[in-house]
Design a protein. Sequence first.
Length: 218
Amino acid sequence: MIEFDHPPITNKFEIFSIISFSIAFSYFILELITDIRMTGSFIILFSFIFQTISSIFIPNNFSVPEILRNRLLGLHVFGAILGYSSFTISAVYGFLYLLLYKNLRSNKFGILFERLPSLETLEKLNIYSTIIGFVLLSMAIIVGIVWLPDAFPNFNFLDAKLIGTILVWCVYVFVIFKKYFTELTGKNIIYYTLVGYSFAILSLIITNTFAKTFHSFY
């Protein structure tokens, strides 16, 4: 950002660096909150892969559209990617929970049983990752709402990607509500977080592939 005078959001390899940072940062926050440190190497492996690809292929972009130099836009993108990275970490813990649950039900006590934390710990990591992602996505939405009127005076709140993001946010409000106001626990809340993540990914695919949106301005 300092060297090129723009947030690292101008090409996919800069985005890979943000994803790498987001995974590491989200996991760092998760460790601070839970003080559980058994799965760090597994999660950070994904961060390492994204940053390695970025470091190999990233171009030196001095000349970029002026709008991509906007700091609020950079903060908006950072917040969104941080949020979705946390949701992804949550989904990983959810899948690990279901895998371990299935093995325990089948009385299989192999390497998976020895290496993974308990079901209770995986559930805790899953729901805390979800909450972290929700807070970060909320931040991205707030920054976007503040920034949009100045950047796009004629923008429409009915933009497909904006609607998709709000729907994802609402889905996770429902998931968190189910967890803390209906006392849903165990594999049932895991299923809810995985459904929420599936909806989030489906929304991204549809809005990025088929919908016309001002998010495609660059």
